[in-house]
Design a protein around this ligand. Structure first.
Ligand code: ZN
Length: 290
């Protein structure tokens, strides 16, 4: 059922095995073990107090990365709540921050960060490139975490496309009925069962997605980027050093080129080419069957 979608097996989701300070220590170890400079960068984030990750009363929700270009330093914000989401948000925002820091020498301000579909390659890419280190956070539950992370990512692709399609539908046809919206949702999310919940099964699911209200046509960027991050996942399983080197080089470029050019420079297939996910699907099938 719809309300079970956040739980992936009967054991429930794995949680990180310590609090905020413990996680920062584990993360410091993790980044020190990764080639390409994230260790030095992460120590700088800690020393300069560039992270606000603890949950506290009256703090705004959400997670994001911003930067102080005059200082060449990024800043990340999150709300740890003791779930696996803490690790996901953390590695995601650190991916953005590492890219911002890596491209701080770019000559133009607009080159510091690329457009969003490229930005999310750095964040989601790091989520996958840190996979071999997840034992630090989850101990014996790390393999379950990896499996869930991959499943969530694959399930996100059709959902992300549905959100984009919804916007095309309603902007080109503002009179589109709830039934037409529902039909479109079913195309992408045929297995979603909202049971007897009010409103949602009647074409109202779009109201759960704040990007539709706040950032028109942004959502597809997550899916474009995720297809690239998944390619980093496949490559890193064959050769981590090669993937990390390509990732670091991509981060350094910041936004000095458009999406397709950045992607191809990192050896990533463009999501606009047919068959570009073949390797990802094959690898995912093998991994999830194991
Ligand atoms: Zn992001």
């Amino acid at each position: 059922m719809f309300w079970d979608e956040g739980v992936f097996d009967p054991q429930g989701n794995p949680d990180p095995q310590g609090d905020h300070d413990w996680m920062i220590e584990r993360a410091t170890e993790m980044f020190d073990e990764i080639d390409g400079g994230p260790g030095e960068f992460f120590r700088l984030m800690v020393e300069c107090d560039l992270m606000d990750l603890k949950n506290r009363a009256s703090k705004a929700g959400g997670g994001f990365c911003t930067d102080f270009p005059s200082y060449g330093l990024p800043y990340i914000f999150a709300n740890f709540n003791g779930t696996k989401g803490d690790v996901e948000v953390f590695t995601h925002e650190i991916g953005h921050a590492f890219q911002g820091y890596s491209s701080r020498e770019q000559p133009l301000h607009d080159y510091l960060f690329p457009t969003y579909e490229s930005c999310e390659v750095h964040s989601m890419g790091l989520e996958f490139l840190t996979w071999p280190h997840m034992e630090k956070f989850f101990g014996g539950q790390a393999e379950r975490f990896r499996k869930i992370h991959l499943i969530q990512s694959l399930l996100f692709l059709p959902y992300g496309v549905a959100v984009d399609h919804f916007q095309h539908l309603v902007y080109s046809n503002p009179e589109a009925s709830p039934d037409e919206r529902r039909e479109m949702e079913c195309t992408y999310l045929p297995s979603r069962d909202c049971g007897d919940l009010p409103h949602l099964p009647e074409g109202g699911q779009w109201q759960m997605q704040r990007h539709i209200y706040l950032s028109p046509f942004y959502y597809i960027d997550y899916t474009l980027a995720l297809t690239c991050a998944l390619q980093f996942w496949v490559r890193s399983r064959a050769d981590m050093a090669e993937s990390m080197a390509a990732y670091v080089a991509l981060c350094k470029r910041g936004g000095d080129a458009p999406f397709r050019e950045l992607a191809s420079s990192a050896g990533l297939n463009s999501p606009f080419e047919a068959g570009y996910l073949r390797d990802v699907v094959q690898q995912a099938r093998t991994f999830l069957a194991g």
